[in-house]
Design a protein. Structure first.
Ligand code: HEM
Ligand SMILES: [Cu+2]
Ligand SMILES: [Cu+2]
Lengths: 140, 513
């Protein structure tokens, strides 16, 4: 380079250091949350245009509503009957695609009693905007 | 109707010409038209979302068709053609050649676009600009889906043809005295974006054909009901379209490389740093596509690889920002309209990139993915950066094309409205995304934060609309009645310009420019 560029090199060093920090931190957090605890209860979630079906370990099924217990770990096994949907509980940052022909898993452990929204977060057609369900977290 | 008012000619002479400035003019007029069509669709969407319940649009199908057409229009019919317009005007001049390398091919590449636009606009498909299967295979209504597929097929071919032309013009037709390193940065931007298109676009072309045969029932590549895998489509699609976002942004950066030194009245801080950043970007652009797919159920390792690949592209973008700021530093800056757009574009580019880093940091993407955050993120790029650079450049080229000046005062008003409107609209969309609102929804429940933020976003969109109406009026009025421009130095900066008009257009007759 024809003229002195030290300022640019310092700037690039700072930018790169910031990116390395963000990347390492992200890697570290994701590494931990990627694995569900061993004792997590399994909920089978089936998406279809345009409703959610939930099946508990004991075989009971719920449509459009999901009752869970506070401070229990749950592992969702997601699949879809038709097109791709996305299972999302915004308050608990639960988000994963429900893909036909595949089973995706995501886990969480609700730590608050109450009612929370479940919504579809991947475009799936006519009633995508209203493909909602209710999560009800109860005390034990 | 006559065009190029300084030297009026019948419109058919421009239409059937293969001269690069004429093809450039057709690209420019078409892309601005598409911008207003796509903008009208966006306004309809924002009016609908102003409040919960049906406002303007009575059913979700119409809404879904509109957001699909809006995205497709803005990317393929406004941004790509407007970049080609600028490239057609300036690349041959910058490499000192008489025309594009293949003038007829150039005209053909342009003329493929209007029929493709007709297919997209008359068909009105409903599957979003990414046509995700299996929805696009088993659920999307015909014939709209087929029309969209054929339209995009043509647009893909058109952009491959025009990219071949740019690469050959720059590599093979540049003046023998000019080394590649000396090609101006705007020329470099077209070289790099064209090479990305040539490497990326064939993948999507293949995916489109597979989508079509899937729809016809002749194959089942992406249809799980017959053993296919929809995620395979996502890989093919994003392998093309993550690099494609750089295809859009790189020419806009190139335009800023033309405007910023000119209006700072200083040479660019570092030509070689700009060239290096373009080369790095066109390579690392291919290392990040699956950051769009973190939520499809990828393994931890895959997610990590694509996070690192995405972050690797950020320093190169940061080099451009540094180059711009270092050029403006101590410059004698003249804040005329084109400069305002360029500087505003850089500011929003920076903000957009910061949001992109958040999307890329894996756990955070599970907050932002497919929410309004993502809508805000990419609009800061496509509108705040790319359209800003392009609109600034339209003002910059205006005197050369028409021989007249646009109205400076209204140009500034346009900029202020667009900048304020963009900040209100797109930053609020980021926050709305954090509150969990999904994108691509026709209606939403009465969650108080959602209601107030949606209203605010729609107001921001209206502010942009007012700016755009002023833009249109300024373009039309000034090209007929504007003050004659001093073509040696229309912006009163002193210094040497690339004169698009100095390229001898055979249709201009003897003694003309
Ligand atoms: C260069 C200009 C850029 C443009 C034009 C652009 C455009 C886009 C678009 C259109 C989308 C949404 C695609 C869709 O789902 O429909 C998107 C998403 C995304 N962008 Fe960018 N982008 C740019 C730069 C960046 C940068 C620099 C980063 C990272 C540092 C980045 C990271 C992401 C990520 C991770 C997503 C996925 C978000 C999600 O869906 O969860 N982008 N971008
Ligand atoms: Cu959905
Ligand atoms: Cu991307």
């Amino acid at each position: 380079m024809a003229h002195s560029n030290w300022a640019e090199w310092i700037y690039l060093g700072v930018v790169t250091a910031l990116l390395v920090y963000v990347g390492a931190e992200a890697w570290n957090v994701e590494r931990i949350i990627d694995h569900a605890p061993e004792d997590a209860e399994i909920i089978k979630v089936t998406a279809q245009q345009w409703l959610w079906t939930f099946e508990h370990e004991d075989g009971t099924k719920e449509v459009g509503e999901l009752h869970l217990k506070k401070d229990h770990a749950y592992k969702f096994e997601l699949t879809s009957k038709d097109v791709i949907h996305n299972f999302n509980i915004p308050e608990y940052v639960v988000l994963l695609d429900a893909v036909p022909g595949r089973v995706n898993t995501v886990w969480f452990s609700p730590n608050e009693v109450g009612e929370f929204d479940i919504q579809c977060r991947e475009y799936c057609g006519l009633i995508h905007y209203n493909m909602r369900a209710l999560l009800i977290v109860e005390d034990v | 109707m006559v065009l190029e008012l300084a030297r009026p000619r019948p419109i058919w002479q421009v239409m059937f010409s293969t001269h690069h400035t004429d093809v450039g003019l057709m690209y420019l007029i078409f892309s601005l038209l598409a911008m207003f069509v796509g903008g009208a669709m966006a306004i309809a969407l924002r009016v609908e979302l102003f409040a919960p319940g049906a406002q303007l649009i009575q059913d979700s199908m119409t809404f879904n068709r509109l957001f699909t057409a809006h995205g497709t229009t803005m990317i393929f019919l406004f941004l790509l053609p407007s970049a080609s317009a600028v490239g057609n005007y300036l690349v041959p001049i910058m490499v000192r050649y008489k025309d594009m390398a293949y003038p007829k091919l150039n005209a053909i590449a342009f003329w493929m676009i209007p029929p493709a636009a007709a297919l997209v606009w008359l068909g009105m498909a409903d599957f979003g600009w990414y046509a995700n299967p299996p929805y696009s295979v088993i659920s999307a209504p015909a014939p709209a889906a087929e029309m969209w597929i054929f339209g995009l097929k043509m647009l893909g071919v058109s952009s491959i043809l025009s990219s071949i032309n740019f690469v050959v013009t720059i590599m093979k037709c540049k003046h023998p005295d000019m080394s590649l390193g000396k090609v101006p940065l705007l020329g470099w931007s077209f070289l790099s974006s064209s090479i990305i298109v040539l490497a990326a676009m064939p993948t999507f072309a293949a995916a489109l054909l597979m989508l079509l045969t899937d729809r016809l029932g002749a194959s089942g590549f992406f249809n799980p009901a017959v053993g296919g895998d929809p995620i395979a489509y996502s890989h093919l699609f994003w392998f093309t379209f993550h690099p494609e976002v750089y295809v859009l942004v790189i020419p806009a950066i190139g335009m800023m490389y033309e405007i910023i030194p000119r209006f700072s009245r200083r040479p660019i801080f570092s030509h070689s740093s700009g060239v290096a950043a373009f080369i790095i970007l066109s390579i690392v652009a291919f290392a990040s596509w699956a950051h769009h797919m973190f939520a499809t159920g990828m393994s931890f390792t895959e997610k990590t690889v694509f996070m690192v690949g995405t972050l690797a592209a950020v320093p190169a973008s940061a080099m451009h920002v540094f180059n711009f700021l270092a050029t403006m530093w101590n410059g004698r800056i003249k804040f005329a309209t084109p400069m305002m757009w360029a500087v505003g574009g850089i500011a929003l580019f920076f903000a957009a990139g910061a949001g992109g880093v958040v999307n890329t940091a894996m756990p955070l993407d599970f907050i932002t993915h497919d929410s309004y955050w993502v809508v805000g993120h990419f609009h800061l790029f496509v509108f705040g950066t790319i359209a800003f650079g392009t609109i600034g450049f339209v003002y910059y080229l205006f005197p050369y094309i028409t021989g007249r000046m646009y109205n400076e005062k209204w140009g500034v008003v346009h900029f202020i409205l667009a900048f304020v409107g963009a900040c209100i609209t797109f930053f609020t969309q980021h926050i709305l995304g954090l509150f969990g609102m999904p994108r691509r929804i026709y209606d939403y429940p009465e969650i108080p934060e959602w209601v107030s933020m949606n209203a605010l976003i729609s107001v921001g969109a209206m502010i942009i609309l007012v700016g755009m109406v002023i833009f249109l009026a300024n373009l039309i009025y000034s090209s007929a009645k504007g003050k004659p421009a001093n073509l040696e130095d229309p912006f009163g900066l002193g210094g040497k310009y690339y004169y698009p008009f100095s390229q001898r257009n055979p249709h201009h007759g003897d003694g003309g420019y």
